[in-house]
Design a binder for this molecule. Structure first.
Ligand code: NAD
Length: 449
C-alpha cells in the first residue's frame, strides 16, 4: 500500500504546504541496498572518561569502512553518525558528559543519520549509583530519537562485561544499526550479552549457507522476509497454508527456495514439518515464526472461535513447533529462533484482546526460552512491528489509519522490508550474543512507549 501523503510532501507544492501549515513532515528514509556504505558521512565517536568500548568500537568502525571524524577539529562538519561510549559513567553527576558531547552536535547529523549510545546493563553494575546512571541513558536516547528529526534514529546498546562472542555480536549490531537496514528502528534499548557468535566471510552475505524457515511467507512481511534472507545468502524454506499455494510457489521460485504448504494449526503440523526438514536439509539453522492472523472484536462481542484461532496461530503453534524441532535436535548449536510479536502485545489495543494476548505471549516465549536455550547456543528474540504498510493495515478505516501511520518519530508507516531486515540481523550467525531481546520496528511509535 502506498502512503500518498508522504509522496506529496516530497514535491515542491507539498514542501511549501507542510512548512506553512506545520503539517507532519515524513522524511524519505535511507534503506539498505547491497554494496552501500554503512553511513552517508563520517562518524564522530566520543567516550566518557574510563569507558571500555571506545577502542573496540573504533576498530569495528574502521574495519567496516567508516571514516572516523576528528573530535578536536574546529571547522563544523556534518556527520553520518554520532556514537558515544557511556560505559565510563558510574554516577549521575557523570551524565553531564553526555550533554557536553551531544549538545554541540545537535544540528550536525545528516538526514537518516544515526545516534548510538553504548552502556553497561544496569543489572551488571556493581553499585546502585552506577546502575542508576546507566538506566538514565534510556531517557536521553529516546528523547534524541524524538528531537533530531529528518530520519535520524537513536538507540542504546547495553553491552555485557563478559566477553564471549560479544565483540562479534557488537559488530553485527553496529553494522545493522548504522546501515539503512535499521531505517524504521528507533528508540530501542538492545542488549548484547555473552554467547558464541561467528563473523561472516562477507558482511554483504551474512546468512551464507544458513537454512532458514519462514512461516507465513506467501505475502506481506513473510514474503519480504523470504526475499531479504535469500538476498543475504540463506537457503529459504517458505511455508504457508495450502490456500496460499500459488503465491507461496511464486515467492519460493523467485528466490530459489523451497515451498511447504502446511496449516500450522493442524495437529500433525509439527511432525510433518520436522520430517520435511530432516529429509531435505537435515537441519534448520533459523526458525522465523512470522505467520499471524487477526480476528478483531471487542471482548464482549468476541465469540470463542475468534479467541481460539488467534491464540492458536499466533502463539500455541509456535510453541508446538519449537518443542518438536528442539526435541528432534533439528536446530543445531548456533541456531536462531525469531518470533514476530507486535506493539499491540506491548500496549494492548481496543478490539484486539485476543491478538494482544497472543503477541504478549510471544514476548513471554522469548523471555522464558532464551535463558533455557543459552546452553545449547541457540538465541531467541522477537521483533514487535508497529504500523507496517501491508494488506492488514490497509483494511484499517482511513482516520484511524492516518493516526497510526503518523504517531511515531518518523511520521510514516514502515515497510515489510524494514521488519525483514531487523529479523535478518537477529538471524545472522554473527548475532549469537544478541538473545532475549524484543526489538520494536515501529519508528518509535507513541503506542506502548
Ligand atoms: P499477512 O496477513 O499479510 O500475512 C500472514 C501470512 O501468514 C499469510 O500469508 C497467511 O496465509 C499466513 N498464515 C496465517 N495462518 C496460517 C497458518 N495457520 N498456517 C500457515 N500460515 C498461515 O500479515 P502481515 O501483515 O504480513 O503480518 C505478518 C506478521 O507480522 C504477523 O504475525 C502479524 O501479526 C505481524 N504484525 C504485522 C503488523 C502490520 O502492520 N502489518 C504489525 C504488527 C505485527
Amino acid at each position: 500500500m502506498t502512503d500518498r501523503y508522504a509522496s506529496f510532501v516530497q514535491s515542491a507544492a507539498g514542501r511549501a504546504l507542510v512548512k506553512r501549515l506545520g503539517l507532519p513532515d515524513p522524511p524519505r528514509l535511507r534503506r539498505h541496498q547491497p554494496g552501500d556504505p554503512l553511513l552517508p558521512g563520517p562518524a564522530l565517536l566520543g567516550a566518557a572518561t574510563g569507558g571500555r568500548l571506545a577502542e573496540p568500537v573504533a576498530k569495528i568502525l574502521t574495519a567496516a569502512g567508516v571514516e572516523l571524524a576528528d573530535q578536536a577539529a574546529t571547522t563544523p562538519q556534518r556527520y553520518g553518525a554520532l556514537l558515544f561510549d557511556a560505559t565510563g559513567i558510574t554516577d549521575s553527576t557523570d551524565l553531564r558528559q553526555l550533554y557536553d558531547f551531544f549538545h554541540p552536535q545537535a544540528r550536525s547529523v545528516l538526514p537518516s543519520g544515526r545516534v548510538i549510545v553504548l552502556g553497561t546493563p544496569p543489572s551488571e553494575c556493581p553499585t546502585p549509583r552506577e546502575a542508576t546512571a546507566q538506566r538514565a541513558l534510556e531517557g536521553l536516547v529516546r528523547s534524541i530519537g524524538k528531537e533530531f528529526g529528518r530520519g535520524t534514529t537513536a538507540q542504546l546498546v547495553y553491552v555485557t562485561r563478559a566477553d564471549t562472542g560479544t565483540l562479534t555480536s557488537l559488530e553485527s549490531t553496529l553494522r545493522f544499526l548504522l546501515s539503512g537496514r535499521s531505517a524504521y528502528v528507533s528508540g530501542q534499548a538492545i542488549r548484547v550479552g555473552a554467547g558464541a557468535a561467528s563473523a561472516p566471510a562477507d558482511w554483504d552475505r551474512p546468512l551464507d549457507g544458513q537454512v532458514v524457515l519462514v512461516t507465513g511467507a506467501a505475502r506481506g512481511i513473510g514474503a519480504a522476509l523470504a526475499r531479504v534472507l535469500a538476498r543475504d545468502g540463506a537457503q529459504v524454506v517458505a511455508l504457508d497454508i495450502p490456500a496460499a499455494g500459488d503465491a507461496l510457489a511464486a515467492v519460493a521460485n523467485d528466490i530459489g527456495g523451497t515451498a511447504v504448504q502446511l496449516d500450522l494449526t493442524a495437529p500433525d503440523a509439527p511432525t510433518r514439518l520436522a520430517d520435511h526438514l530432516a529429509g531435505r536439509q537435515g537441519r534448520v539453522d533459523v526458525v522465523v515464526h512470522n505467520a499471524g492472523i487477526t480476528r478483531d472484536k471487542t471482548l464482549g462481542r468476541m465469540d470463542a472461535d475468534r479467541w481460539d484461532q488467534v491464540i492458536d496461530v499466533n502463539l500455541s503453534s509456535q510453541e508446538r513447533i519449537n518443542d518438536v524441532l528442539l526435541e528432534r535436535g533439528l536446530i543445531p548449536a548456533g541456531g536462531r529462533i525469531v518470533a514476530v510479536s507486535s506493539i499491540a502485545g506491548i500496549a494492548g489495543n481496543r478490539g484486539q484482546t485476543n491478538y494482544a494476548t497472543s503477541k504478549a505471549g510471544v514476548i513471554g516465549l522469548v523471555d522464558s526460552l532464551a535463558p533455557a536455550l543459552r546452553e545449547r547456543e541457540i538465541s531467541v528474540n522477537a521483533v514487535a512491528p508497529g504500523f507496517i504498510e501491508t494488506r492488514l493495515t490497509a483494511r484499517i478505516p482511513l482516520v484511524v489509519r492516518e493516526a497510526g501511520r503518523r504517531m511515531n518519530s518518523l511520521a510514516q508507516g514502515g515497510l515489510p522490508v524494514d521488519v525483514a531486515e531487523t529479523i535478518g540481523w537477529l538471524a545472522w550467525p554473527a548475532s549469537g550474543a544478541v538473545s532475549g531481546n524484543v526489538v520494536r520496528v515501529c519508528g518509535q511509535s507513541l503506542l506502548g512507549a
